[in-house]
Design a protein around this ligand. Structure first.
Ligand code: GLN
Ligand code: ZN
Length: 674
C-alpha cells in the first residue's frame, strides 16, 4: 500500500494534521459494501506485551487512532461520517475484545478530528456519539485524547458528554483559538464557561507542551493545574499529561552531552524532560507554589530577546514595494526563459546514495578536508548535470548532493538557529529529521547556495535553477522560539532568503526555485484561523522572492497537493511557475486550477516519486494530454512544465534514469504531436 505496484498505485500520502508526520490516506471505499477486513492486530499486541513486560501490566497503555478520525482521514469517502465510522467499528470492537483479556488500564483513542472545524459539521457529532456508545460497552476504560488544538465552542458541550472514562484535552495547542481572532488556546476558558462533568469522567489535562522543545520555565503547567483545581475539579479526577503525544519531540537532551551550548543548558526539554515536567506539575500543591511560578515568569521574560521586535519593525519599514515584483506576471513572463512546448525539469534532488552521505559524514568527522569534500561534491554535481544533459532535460538542477535535509542545510548556515546532535524526530516509517531550534534572530551570514549553483552552471550552457527552501517551510519544520510570534520568525527567515535570492541573481542565476512543501501543514485546525496564517505565510514568500528582477523566473514547489481550498493564497504567492505533487491526488489540483483564475506556468508532477515503479512513456504522455485537455496554464503548452512529483533523493539511480528517460521521451512525443 505504501510503495505501490504496477497493478495498484500506492496510497495517497499526507501530513498528520498540523504536524510533519506523514501518514497514508486510508481508502475504505476501495471495497464498497464490505466492511474493511479484520485488521492485523498481531504487531500492536506484541508491542503491548513488550510494554507490559517492561513496565508492568498496570502501566502499559495501548494507543490507536480513533474511529472517527480514521474515517474522516479517508480520502473522498462517499459515505457520510456516521456510516463511514460504523463500517470501522467491528475492527475496533475486535481490538477491544483482545485488550479486555490483557488487563490494560485503558485504551487511548486519539481523535484529533474532534479539534478540527469538521467536528462542527453535520453528521460528525452523530458519528462520535454512536461510535463511543458502542465502544464503551466493551468494558475497557477509554481515554479519548484530542491533541493539536482546543475544541470548538459548539463542539465542547457535547464532546465532554461522550461516554468515556477520561477525556484528554490540549491546553496549549498552537494555531487553535476562538475564531474571534486571538488565536490562543481556549480550553481553560471553555471549562470555566461550560464546566466539566468530572463526576462522570476524568479530565486528562494536556498542560505540558508536547510541540515545543522549550522547557516550561514560567510554570505554565502548574498554573493551569491550579486553575483547574480552583474550578472545583478534584485532584483524583485530574490526570496530568502532555498536550500531544511526545512523538514530535526529540528524545532526550542528555544525549547532547558537550554539544549542548552553555546558553541553552536547562532551557530545553525533549521528551524525557517533558516526562519530568509532567511529574513535577502533578505534584503541584493546590494553593502554594504561586510565588515560585511568578518568579519563574520574570526569569522567562528576561530571556526574551528584545532585538526581535526591532528586526520586525525594520522589515515593516521596507514598505509594500518589498513584497511585490516590479512587473506583473503578464509583463514579466516575456522577459523570462523561453523554451518550447512542454519544457522539462526536475524538482531538485537526485539520488542520495550511500557514497554521497558518507562524504558529508567524513567532512563532519574531520577525516576529509573542506577542499577534498568540495572536490568530491563537485564531482557529484558534474555527474548529475551530465546525466540531465544526456537525457535532454531543459532546465537543470545541481542535485542537492551537499544537503542532508532541505531545512537543516539552511539552518546550519543561518544565524539564530541551533542544531542538536541527536534530536531526531520520526517523520515517516524509518525516516527521521533533525529539526533546528530557532533560538534567536535569524540572520543571513553570507551566500548559502551560490557555490553549488556556480559549480553546476560551469558544466553546462543550459539554464540551472537556484534551489532554496522557503521561509514558511523552514519555520514549520523547525522548533520555533516562544518569545516571538511565528509570523515574526517567518518574516525574519524571509528577509534572510531575500538576501540569498539576490546573491544567486548576482551570480547570473535566472531561475530560482523556492520550495514551500510545508505551507499546507502549517494551517491551523480551525478553518477560521486559516486566513491570518495564510496572509503572513504568503507575505513571507513574497518578501523572500519579490526582490528578483522581472526577467528572473521564480519557481515554487508544493508537496502533498490538497491545495484546492487555499488556491487564492497560492495565487497570491505570485510565483512564475508552480510545480506541484499531483500523481497521488486524483488530479484534484488540476481541476481546481482549471476552475480558478490561476494563469501562470504550472508543472503538475507527471509521476509519483514515492513509488519505485518506473512510469511508462505512454503513461506520462497520457498525463500530459490530460493536462492539456484540462486547459491548465491557459492551455499554453509552453507553460505546461513536465517534471516528476517531487525531489528524487529517496530513489536509486537505476529507476531515476529509467523514469526520467521516459519522461523526456514522452514530452518530446507530445511536443511533436502538437
Ligand atoms: N528541492 C527539494 C528536493 O527536490 C524539494 C523537496 C520537497 O519538496 N520536499 O528534494
Ligand atoms: Zn515535494
Amino acid at each position: 500500500m505504501a510503495r505501490g505496484a504496477p497493478s495498484a498505485p500506492a496510497l495517497d500520502m499526507s501530513k498528520f494534521f498540523s504536524t510533519n508526520y506523514h501518514c497514508l490516506i486510508p481508502e475504505p471505499e476501495a471495497a464498497p459494501g464490505a466492511p474493511p477486513a479484520a485488521p492485523e492486530l498481531g504487531p500492536l499486541l506484541d508491542r503491548l506485551e513488550r510494554g507490559q513486560r517492561a513496565l508492568g501490566a498496570e502501566a502499559a497503555v495501548p494507543m490507536v487512532v480513533g474511529p472517527v478520525t480514521f474515517a474522516l482521514l479517508a480520502r473522498s469517502s462517499p459515505l457520510p461520517p456516521p456510516e463511514a465510522v460504523a463500517r470501522l467499528l467491528p475492527a475496533y470492537r475486535r481490538l477491544l475484545r483482545e485488550l479486555a483479556q490483557r488487563r490494560v488500564p485503558e485504551l487511548q483513542l486519539h481523535e484529533p478530528a474532534l479539534a478540527t472545524s469538521q467536528a462542527a459539521e453535520p453528521g460528525v457529532r452523530d458519528a462520535f456519539e454512536a461510535a463511543y456508545a458502542e465502544l464503551a460497552k466493551a468494558g475497557v476504560p477509554l481515554n479519548l485524547v484530542v491533541p493539536y488544538a482546543d475544541l470548538d465552542e459548539q463542539v465542547y458541550p457535547w464532546a465532554v458528554r461522550l461516554p468515556v472514562a477520561t477525556l484528554t484535552l490540549d491546553f496549549l495547542g498552537g494555531g487553535a483559538g476562538d475564531c474571534a481572532g486571538t488565536g490562543a488556546n481556549r480550553t481553560l476558558e471553555l471549562i470555566t464557561a461550560h464546566g466539566f462533568p468530572h463526576a462522570e469522567r476524568r479530565l486528562g489535562a494536556g498542560v505540558v507542551d508536547g510541540r515545543s522543545v522549550w522547557a516550561d520555565r514560567d510554570g505554565t503547567a502548574a498554573s493551569l493545574l491550579r486553575a483547574l483545581l480552583h474550578l472545583g475539579i478534584p485532584p483524583s479526577r485530574l490526570a496530568v499529561t502532555s498536550s500531544v503525544s511526545l512523538q514530535h519531540l526529540p528524545y532526550d537532551t542528555a544525549l547532547e552531552g558537550s554539544h549542548m551550548p552553555a546558553r541553552l543548558e536547562g532551557r530545553l526539554a525533549f521528551a524525557v524532560q517533558k516526562l519530568d515536567e509532567i511529574v513535577a506539575a502533578a505534584a503541584t500543591p493546590p494553593n502554594g507554589g504561586v510565588a515560585a511560578a511568578a518568579g519563574g515568569q520574570q526569569a522567562a521574560a528576561a530571556e526574551v530577546d528584545g532585538s526581535a521586535a526591532a528586526a520586525v519593525a525594520a522589515l515593516r519599514a521596507l514598505g509594500p514595494a518589498a513584497y511585490a515584483r516590479s512587473l506583473p506576471f503578464g509583463e514579466r513572463r516575456g522577459l523570462q526563459l523561453q523554451t518550447h512546448a512542454f519544457p522539462t525539469t526536475t524538482i531538485g534532488s537526485f539520488p542520495q546514495t550511500l557514497e554521497v552521505r558518507r562524504l558529508r559524514q567524513k567532512l563532519k568527522a574531520g577525516t576529509l578536508s573542506r577542499a577534498e569534500y568540495e572536490a568530491a561534491v563537485s564531482g557529484h554535481i558534474a555527474h548529475c548535470v551530465g546525466i540531465q544533459e544526456g537525457l535532454g532535460i531543459d532546465v537543470l538542477v545541481h542535485g542537492e548532493a551537499e544537503r542532508t535535509d532541505m531545512v537543516e542545510y539552511f539552518g546550519e548556515k543561518l544565524g539564530g538557529m541551533w542544531f542538536s546532535a541527536a534530536g531526531w524526530v520520526q517523520s515517516y516509517g524509518s525516516r527521521c529529521v533533525r529539526p533546528p531550534v530557532i533560538e534567536g534572530d535569524i540572520a543571513w551570514q553570507g551566500p548559502m547556495t551560490t557555490w553549488e549553483y556556480k559549480v553546476a552552471q560551469s558544466f553546462t550552457s543550459r539554464p540551472v535553477k537556484g534551489m532554496l527552501t522557503g521561509p514558511v517551510t523552514i519555520l514549520n519544520w523547525s522548533f520555533p522560539r516562544k518569545d516571538v510570534s511565528r509570523e515574526a520568525q517567518a518574516a525574519q527567515l524571509a528577509a534572510a532568503l531575500r538576501a540569498e535570492v539576490a546573491a544567486l541573481e548576482a551570480e547570473g542565476c535566472r531561475i530560482i526555485q523556492v520550495d514551500e512543501p510545508a505551507l499546507r501543514e502549517g494551517l491551523p485546525l480551525k478553518r477560521c484561523l486559516w486566513a491570518p496564517y495564510l496572509a503572513w505565510a504568503v507575505d513571507a514568500f513574497r518578501l523572500a522572492t519579490a526582490v528578483a528582477a522581472p526577467g528572473t523566473q521564480v519557481v515554487t514547489h508544493l508537496c502533498y497537493s490538497d491545495f484546492e481550498d487555499i488556491l487564492p493564497a497560492i495565487d497570491a504567492m505570485d510565483a512564475d511557475v508552480l510545480t506541484i505533487e499531483n500523481a497521488r491526488s486524483g488530479d484534484a489540483m488540476i481541476k481546481a486550477l482549471v476552475g480558478s483564475s490561476y494563469g501562470r506556468d504550472v508543472g503538475p508532477g507527471v509521476y509519483d516519486v514515492h513509488s519505485p515503479e518506473v512510469p511508462s512513456v505512454e503513461f506520462i504522455r497520457s498525463r500530459i494530454r490530460m493536462f492539456m485537455a484540462s486547459g491548465v496554464a491557459g492551455g499554453r503548452a509552453d507553460r505546461v512544465w513536465v517534471n516528476p512529483d517531487c525531489g528524487l533523493k529517496t530513489r536509486g539511480w537505476a529507476e531515476t534514469l529509467a523514469s526520467l528517460r521516459n519522461m523526456v521521451e514522452a514530452a518530446a512525443a507530445e511536443r511533436a504531436a502538437l
